[in-house]
Design a protein. Structure first.
Ligand code: NAP
Length: 535
């Protein structure tokens, strides 16, 4: 956020320290301000200038790695569980930081904070099932030649480097722990780099875990402030898991050192996610109502700042007006303002720069779409509309699905969505696929045959599909919610990554080796290895 001399500074504002090389250290300058988006108050600063990041990575690799890999999967799972238990005891503190630094309502903070605790607990539980093993195995030994004694087996050996986790601003807690849970369970030390603008929550949580002495030395580090030369010191055996915009992700993928050293990279980037209303779902039908409720929830939850949020609302042309009216009516009931006021159900976006970017996005999209809902005058509760980073929920609409590419290409990271009418089934699927590769799409229909058809048609361009017939209309957790047991990621512009997915997520942190040996040698190896597919 661009701050000026007028920005007030909180009495308890502090410089965030990084935990690197087993000690807390601050950059040589005060650095970038972290603000309360409701009024611009500076809450903290963060800088990585002058920090020795090469030494930090070496420490993680040489101290944290061996310490972690001396433990079995089950022992590491226990540590992951202890982190979850500790974080759960201080939930209210995390909610408060999320309110102040991210403008989160309680419900928004719960997605981030409770989501991270739930994910850690989940990996503690399924990781325990891997028992005393130190390796993974994929399948069972197989005979490779006429000699029955010559056999083969795919074995996963944990990487011997450091896992660098670079996270986006919108999930400072969940982004940290959903990655760290898998990496720690795999035996790979973590160096986490939260987005600077909301690093406070991540830093406080890491501080609590380090202070509690749960993890061995070097297992968990955090870098607050810009990445500086971090990537220049990576080497074979390290892994980078990145979440953020497609542009930054592409820069990381193309980074010379990463390419030269063959460092593993997983990219979770942005996405033009769609929700599709089936042709059968007439106004007043359960599918119609579930669809409208979900679009509104996705537009307003975390003020639309979820990578999985619904951006494109695909509806049968004959029902476009009814859908638009129903969404607009529901949006008119959303109370926007300072989340310190309990009546507020949508807070600001993360800072003024983000507000500017959202407004600019709406302006650009308005060249091809019309505004269908925008509350005016707009007066956020208990806040100043000029000084706070508030954006009203905004619905746009296209008159038809023809041409007009911008809605399929421009991610507006805020409470904004566009209604796109489609002609028929084939048109609906073609329009959904124009997102260029997305994290998630949801399809609402009472016709399970149509849902199955949509699953096949959208499968190649999506990482996750939520197929909602009325039987699960109330029981699914939501279009935008990522579950630890299922894979998260999407093809194309969404980055092509895969995270989580239960124990399958461990493979990113293991080298899969095709072992060829005698039956006796392979049995000895297999005895040390756990099969994650048997979870
Ligand atoms: P961003 O600007 O791309 O930043 C993401 C992270 O990358 C931050 O920690 C940032 O650090 C760091 N970074 C910036 N430049 C870098 C470089 N040259 N080398 C290494 N790291 C670098 O994204 P954002 O604004 O924080 O997040 C919003 C975007 O993330 C949206 O587009 C959203 O769709 C996407 N997102 C995707 C997912 C997913 O799972 N697919 C989840 C959440 C968000 P600084 O903050 O210090 O600059």
């Amino acid at each position: 956020m661009a701050t000026t001399v007028e920005n007030p500074i909180a009495a308890d504002a502090k410089v965030l320290q990084s935990y690197l090389g087993g000690k807390w250290q601050a950059g040589v300058e005060r650095g970038a301000p972290l603000v309360n988006p409701c009024d611009g108050t500076v809450l903290a600063w963060a800088s990585s200038k002058g920090l020795d990041l090469k030494a930090a990575l070496d420490y993680s690799r040489n101290v944290g790695g061996p310490e972690l890999r001396n433990l079995t999967y089950a022992q590491r799972a226990e540590l992951v569980g202890k982190i979850a238990d500790l974080l759960a005891t201080r939930r209210d503190e995390w909610y408060e930081v999320a309110r102040k630094n991210s403008g989160n309502t309680k419900a928004d903070a719960a997605i981030d904070v409770d989501g991270s605790i739930g994910t850690l607990k989940y990996f503690a539980k399924i990781g325990a099932k891997l028992g005393d093993a130190h390796l993974l195995r994929d399948g069972s030994p197989m005979r490779l030649a006429r000699d029955q004694n010559f056999q083969g087996l795919h074995v996963g050996v944990p990487l011997d480097g450091v896992a660098v986790h670079i996270n986006a601003f919108n999930f400072p807690a969940w982004g940290l722990w959903e990655k760290a849970a898998v990496s720690l369970l795999a035996g790979i030390p973590v160096l986490s780099k939260p987005a600077t603008s909301t690093a406070w929550l991540a830093q406080e949580m890491v501080h609590a875990v380090i202070a509690a002495g749960i993890l061995p030395p070097g297992a968990l580090s955090i870098l607050c402030g810009s990445p500086n030369d971090l990537l220049d010191h990576l080497r074979l055996g390290d892994a980078v898991a990145f979440t953020g915009s497609a542009d930054t992700g592409e820069g990381i993928r193309q980074h010379a050192r990463i390419r030269q050293q063959g460092v593993r990279v997983n990219i979770e980037a942005d996405s033009l996610n769609a929700a599709l209303l089936g042709p059968d779902a007439v106004p007043g039908s359960p599918s119609f109502d579930f669809f409208v409720r979900e679009v509104v929830r996705e537009m307003t939850s975390k003020t639309g700042q979820k990578c999985t949020a619904i951006r494109r609302v695909l509806v049968p042309a004959e029902h476009a007006a009814a859908v638009t009216d129903a969404i607009a009516a529901a949006l008119s009931k959303i109370v926007v303002g300072d989340p310190a006021n309990a009546s507020v159900n949508m807070g600001p976006v993360v800072n003024m720069a983000q507000r500017k970017s959202v407004k600019e996005g709406i302006r650009k999209l308005s060249a091809q779409a019309t505004i269908a809902y925008l509350p005016e005058p707009f007066a956020p509760v208990d806040a100043d509309a000029v000084k706070g980073a508030f954006v009203p929920p905004t619905l746009l609409k296209l008159s038809d699905s023809v041409d007009r590419a911008m809605v399929h290409e421009l991610e507006i990271f805020g409470p904004v969505a566009t209604v796109v009418p489609y002609r028929d089934k084939a048109d609906a699927f073609a329009v959904a696929r124009r997102g260029g590769g997305s994290l998630a799409a949801s399809v609402f229909s009472g016709d399970t045959g149509f849902l199955a058809e949509a699953a096949v048609a959208l499968g190649t361009t999506h990482g996750r599909l939520l197929l909602v017939d009325p039987a699960i209309g109330d029981s699914h957790p939501g279009h935008g919610i990522v579950l630890p047991s299922l894979m998260h990621g999407g093809p194309g512009r969404a980055g092509g990554g895969e995270e989580l997915g239960g124990l399958h997520g461990l493979w990113f942190y293991h080298q899969r080796v095709a072992m060829q040996a005698s039956a006796t040698t392979l049995s000895a190896l297999a005895a040390q290895a756990a099969d994650p597919s048997a979870e």
